[in-house]
Ligand binder design. Structure first.
Ligand code: GLN
Ligand code: ZN
Length: 753
């Protein structure tokens, strides 16, 4: 046991506030109800409270500039003068017009579409993608970071400002004019120098530069620039800590360890095995920040598991050179578990949100004896209470045949055609129909107990019946029930499965003001009773057309939840798959002949390193097959994925062996079908012909030509006709107009065949 107290640090605190104050302030500002001063006052108050809270938690190194009004990558673009010219020269130094410019980049405005948004590494946070072009000025604008530093200092807190590091920033963006992003590095570094100099002048002694790209596969030319880039930044009289997180440094370890800076932060939750190699590679004098408290999940840290890592580091480096910290910014976890009084027995004790995690960091750094004893007792009790469930026993008895359908697609297809009486180029939709204001307010009223179950059910039945009537009128071939009973495609299932819990206030930021409250998978997953059969059966009873049953796939349910860390993710996914398999069998028994299992998160679950793809895809595909392979050959299994960029996972998609896959492709003009063709993909495909993310109604001609393009790559009996994604965010008028054009286009193309 080390006895010396170690330095503690935090890499970033959740921004939204315990009561999502920032969200509401932003939305009120955007709607014009409040002004800029009101918004800034809320943000400043939150920032102040978070600093004081971290100070009270005993954290030594506290971040500043982590509270972004929208996104930290957008902040970096503004800070470094790297905002696209189409928005004008943006500055957020308090001038009235400038905050508007800031949000213009984040949100579509009348004049300009917003910057593109994409996932932040393998998290469910989304950042705004920088647009690199030759014309960027890189006029540094350090006012904001200096102001934040000074505001904290006036509270007596000398913060460590957080910035995204230059190489990661360049790699996060995309070239819009063909320029090589790397060629912008010299100008970008000059802007960074200006920012660092301004911080030095304001009295800062440290800075945190985030370089999570160091845990990804980097091309050699990018690996090579790290050292020289940081040599430039290191000329400023500042202690720079380069923060890496979300994985192991791997082949970038030598580069990261030897950067000419004073500290390195590593993720020892995702990659505890890298510690010894890092310790061996670290030059004398350099500080190592140990990310030992999980910043990506909500579970309590087991001190006994982490302490040996800290001890090893202290043994090699001495206590002066070791810092204890969360694995990454706490942006990805909710603020505080206090007040979660509606949780299942025993779950509260197992949780640790941001505030609790800071306490854990302090306990670990001080080797607090009492806290260690309580922690050990908790985990001992957990292990004592654990007993194998029936689900695990069932999973253990599965064999190969449980993971595949007995007939090949070629054998199934004619049977399905005969059973379903579908024309060539069958038309369908992806599942949800408009969730109108009325649908949402009825649900809210029912949840609050203002209307009773029977009244709510009757409302849902009416909405479903109306939706089916409209689909019949439009002449669609495979109908859906419309998903009016569902709030969210994961929550709806989580609420009905054992093993899931819901917090009252466990919000995390998804993007901008948007927050999600992921379900918590805390125990073995089991389906106590059918989940969707009632609605599918009701819907099928209203029509003679085939009704498509609608389920969310096992990988997507896993990806959009907080997942237990005491068993492998693959095992939890198989448990969910088993529950879905039972559901699918029940749907089939209830007369549902087409069943869609949505897996939009299959691709986003890909690990950060290519070397880990295969292992992930293997269990992800197996889980889907476990869920879907027990049906009769006549029963048609569909799947749906949202985004394009399928090249890397095409073999895995083929391995799902779904009879039909639908996906987004209207915007990319069917480009991805060429890949499907090249791979000889044999099953049926519904490439989206209506970009539902745009409010525009696509014309019949436009859809017609997309279908013609699709037929270049696909055989006619492979092609389905459907929108890109679900329609829940659309309005009825545009929905009906678009579907009408879609059905007409399908008919016209059929006649030309
Ligand atoms: N069935 C879902 C819907 O239509 C699919 C949503 C999705 O792909 N994200 O809403
Ligand atoms: Zn979709």
């Amino acid at each position: 046991m080390t006895t010396a107290k170690l330095t503690t640090a935090n890499l970033g605190f959740p921004r939204m506030g315990l009561h999502r104050e920032l969200k509401f302030a932003l939305e009120s500002f955007w709607s014009g109800k409040t002004g800029e001063d009101d918004l800034l006052a809320v943000a400043r108050d939150l920032r102040r409270r978070h600093w004081l809270l971290q100070q009270q938690a005993g954290i030594g190194i506290i971040p500043s500039s982590d509270l972004s009004l929208y996104d930290q990558v957008l902040d970096a673009m503004v800070l470094l003068g790297a905002t696209p010219a189409r928005y004008g020269e943006a500055q957020i130094d308090g001038a009235r017009a400038s905050l508007r410019q800031y949000f213009d980049m984040a949100r579509n405005s009348a004049e300009q579409p917003a910057l593109e948004m994409t996932k932040w590494f393998d998290t469910n946070y989304h950042y705004l993608v920088p647009e690199w072009s030759a014309g960027l000025h890189f006029q540094a604008n350090p006012t904001g970071v200096v102001e934040a530093f000074e505001a904290a200092r006036s509270l007596g807190i000398a913060t460590r400002p957080v910035l995204i590091g230059p190489i990661t920033l360049l790699l996060l963006g995309k070239s819009v004019d063909g320029i090589e992003p790397l060629s912008l590095l010299p100008k970008l570094l000059t802007a960074y120098e200006t920012v660092l100099r301004a911080l030095v002048e304001a009295g800062a002694t440290q800075v945190q530069l985030d370089e999570p790209m160091l845990v990804t596969d980097l091309a050699p030319e990018w690996q090579q620039v790290y050292d020289t880039a940081y040599a430039v930044l290191a000329m400023q009289p500042l202690q720079i800590t380069v923060a890496t997180y979300f994985g192991a440094l791997g082949d970038n370890l030598e580069i990261a360890a030897t950067l000419p800076v004073s500290g390195l932060h590593i993720d020892l939750v995702r990659a505890p095995q890298q510690l010894d190699a890092v310790l061996a590679a670290l030059p004398p004098e350099k500080t190592l920040s140990l990310g030992v408290v999980d910043g990506r999940n909500i579970w309590r840290t087991e001190y006994a598991a982490v302490k040996p890592l800290i001890d090893r580091a202290v043994g090699v480096l001495g206590p002066q050179r070791v810092v204890v910290a969360p694995s990454c910014s706490l942006l990805h976890v909710p603020v505080d578990k206090t007040g979660e009084d509606k949780l299942p027995e025993g779950l509260f004790e197992r949780l640790s949100f941001a505030v609790q995690k800071l306490g854990e960091v302090r306990h670990l750094a001080t080797a607090d004896t009492l806290a260690f004893a309580a922690n050990a007792a908790h985990f001992e009790e957990q292990r004592r209470a654990a007993r194998p469930s029936q689900v695990r026993e069932k999973l253990a008895t599965l064999n190969e045949t449980d993971f595949s359908r007995p007939q090949t697609y070629a054998e199934r297809a004619p049977l399905q055609r005969a059973a379903l009486h579908l024309p060539l180029l069958p038309t369908t939709t992806i599942g949800s129909f408009p969730q109108t204001q009325e649908v949402r307010s009825r649900r809210a009223a029912w949840r609050k107990g203002q209307i009773d179950d029977a009244t709510y059910e009757r409302f849902l039945e009416e909405a479903t019946a109306e939706c089916i009537r409209r689909q019949e009128e439009l002449g669609l071939d495979v109908l859906v029930h419309g998903e009016f009973e569902r709030n969210d495609m994961v929550e709806y299932f989580g609420e009905q499965l054992d093993g899931f819990a819901f917090t009252k206030n466990g919000w995390v930021q998804s993007y901008g003001s948007r927050c999600v409250k992921p379900p918590v998978i805390y125990a073995d997953v089991h389906r106590p009773e059918p989940m969707t059969v009632r609605w599918s059966k009701f819907a099928q009873s209203l029509t003679s057309k085939p009704m498509k049953g609608m389920l969310t796939g096992p990988v997507t349910i896993l990806q959009w939840s907080f997942v237990r860390n005491d068993i492998p993710e693959s095992e939890t996914t198989f448990q969910i798959a088993l529950a879905l398999r039972e559901e699918i069998e029940d749907l089939e028994r209830a007369g549902i002949g087409v069943i869609q299992v949505d897996e939009p998160a299959l691709r986003e679950g890909l690990p950060l390193r290519k070397s880990e793809y295969a292992a992930y895809l293997e269990w992800a595909v197996k889980a889907f097959r476990l869920a879907t392979s027990s049906v009769k050959p006549e029963t048609q299994v569909h799947t749906h994925m949202c985004y394009a960029e399928f090249e890397t996972i095409l073999p895995a998609i083929a391995a799902l062996d779904a009879d039909v896959i639908s996906m987004e492709s209207a915007r990319s003009k069917m480009a991805l079908l060429r890949d499907f063709k090249a791979q000889g993909y044999p099953n049926e495909i519904g490439p989206g012909v209506w970009d539902i993310h745009a409010t525009r109604v696509p014309s019949q001609d436009e859809i017609h030509s997309l279908l013609d393009m699709a037929l270049v790559s696909l055989k006619a009996d492979q092609l389905w006709v459907n929108p890109d994604c679900g329609l829940k965010t659309r309005q009825w008028p545009e929905t009906e107009a678009s579907l009408q054009n879609m059905v007409a286009a399908a008919k016209a193309v059929r006649e030309e065949l």
